[in-house]
Design a protein around this ligand. Sequence first.
Ligand code: PGA
Length: 248
Amino acid sequence: MRKKIVAGNWKMNGSYELINSLVPALAEEAKQSQAEILVCPPSLFLGDVRRQAGERLLVGAQNCHEAESGAFTGEVSTGMLAELQLSHVLVGHSERRAIYGETDALIAQKTKAAIAAGLVAVLCVGETLEERENGRTLDVVLGQVKAVVEQLELADWSKLVVAYEPVWAIGTGKTASSDQAQEVHRAIREALAGFSQEHADAMRILYGGSVKAANAEELFACPDIDGGLVGGASLNVDEFISICRAAN
Ligand code: PGA
């Protein structure tokens, strides 16, 4: 049985007020949850959130640099994230791909750097509306997954989670139907099975894109959906806890 993960991506939102109201509640929830609960606040708050998170609530970054250290003003290395005792880092979020021009090759380098530092990389993939309408969904998504896993050793896969996030569903209130999501999740798992069936069976594949309490249970009930990556709804404590409970 794959353990489910519910991850909150705060993006560039949050404040000490939010941290103080949300993190202690999530730390409590994580103690009794059967799913892994992960929060990814902005990097400036990572240390504070880690300190309040207790033993069970997982804390991750939203991005990292691919180099170990050096003259990269404004960037954060995976070693620094590991030093803060974080467990995860998102790589290749569609906003990083679209706004900051991150390529598959760069995302593969970031993934390798994260794993080398002992972090779990949450690899985000997904098609745009135009790509979906042109029938290219699986081409695009499987291409994004393969570009990264081809650069990894199979032994690294235990430090990888995939998040399928159709770009047209992110922050739009439009969710992929559970059938649409399951179809892509299954295709991702089948593509991974081309490398190793055993490792594909163990891979957690999360769905992201307007996940909320009202749709989480149906999505998480799909056989190849192993939890969610939640943006907007992760900023509301009641809503996010309901989503976590839907994964139990
Ligand atoms: P959303 O964002 O839940 O606000 O659609 C998801 C994400 O970008 O990870």
